[in-house]
Design a binder for this molecule. Structure first.
Ligand code: NCD
Length: 304
């Protein structure tokens, strides 16, 4: 049985199959509407979520399956001190597959070691967020037409942003991908990513502070929220939270076909005026999240 803890748990070929299946689902959703009849998805969310949890649930419902779960640690027995290991042992007998979000890095991995059903990491602390990565890859592939030969700019909180870490890990596997990492000094990518991924694989990248200087070079601009909940002190968060605000004026400097992605939720980092720009695809991206999760559930339950 396979779990999805990191985006690299799928090979490049498996990823291509997943994205192809998601595109089939987009074309012919009805064909898949009862594939998961009788199957249950449990969503175990120990941290807030809107899109990830609801898109997982919408995905299972679209496939004709059912859902159960909890949406905060407070409303589960975690509040009484139950371990993740005990919880998953029990949930294994209630559901066929589960998606888990947890503030502690590695919690879904621990769960997978005690689980008898497939476990999907729906975000673990500042570490990984594989299903957001699959969503991002589907968005780029569908709207840009390719995953190779692209310059991707990541802007904002590259230190704590798990969606950034996951997507970098996944994108270095495609040809001729380069990165421009745009952040204040305090929010640069973690050292392990720089050394063990970018340097180790000889990936072309540069680290800069100023978005205006580099926006014209980008094919994809991946904006991120400063991750308030991972800061040790509030003063640092307040000082850094509005470092970048993408607005219409900055968009004038960008390529005519640059795409703006954002995993959402947005706070101030993209001005609302940008939403009407055809290059702003973050709401479309959120919609793709449902299709890619439908495809993933089908693959993991071996129903496609
Ligand atoms: C992201 C997350 O939870 O890491 N949101 C999401 O899943 N779409 C990004 C964020 O919270 O900033």
């Amino acid at each position: 049985m396979k779990h999805i803890i990191s985006p690299l748990d799928l090979t490049v070929d498996e990823m291509a199959e997943l994205l192809d299946l998601a595109e089939d689902i987009i074309r012919e959703p009805k064909k898949f509407s009862s594939r998961c009849q009788g199957k249950k998805l449990a969503t175990l969310f120990y941290e807030p979520s809107t899109r990830t949890r609801l898109s997982f649930e919408a995905a299972m419902l679209n496939l004709g399956g059912s859902i159960l779960g909890f949406s905060s640690a407070d409303s589960s027995s975690a509040a009484k001190g139950e371990s993740v290991a005990d919880t998953i042992r029990v949930i294994s007998s209630y559901a066929d597959i589960c998606a888990m979000r947890h503030p502690k890095e590695g919690a879904p991995l621990v769960a997978s070691q005690y689980s008898t059903i497939p476990v999907i990491n729906a975000g673990d602390g500042g570490h990984n967020h594989p299903t957001q990565t699959f969503t991002d890859l589907l968005t780029i592939k569908s709207l840009k037409g390719r995953l190779s030969n692209v310059t991707v700019g990541f802007c904002g909180d590259l230190m704590f942003g798990r969606t950034v870490h996951s997507l970098i890990n996944a994108m270095v596997r495609y040809d001729n991908v380069s990165f421009i990492l745009i952040s204040p000094n305090e929010l640069k990518i973690p050292d392990y990513l720089r050394k063990e991924v970018l340097d180790a694989k000889n990936i072309r990248y540069k680290e800069v502070k100023n978005l205006d200087e580099v926006i014209s070079e980008l094919d994809i601009l991946y904006m991120t929220r400063v991750q308030k909940e991972r800061f040790f002190n509030e003063a640092d968060y307040i000082r850094l939270k509005d470092t970048y605000i993408l607005d219409a004026k900055k968009m004038e400097l960008a390529k005519k076909d640059m795409l703006v992605l954002h995993p959402l939720p947005r706070v101030n980092e993209i001005a609302v005026e940008v939403d009407d720009d055809p290059r702003a695809v973050y709401f479309k991206q959120a919609e793709y999240g449902v299709y890619v999760r439908m495809a993933l559930i089908l693959k993991m339950l071996e129903l496609a």
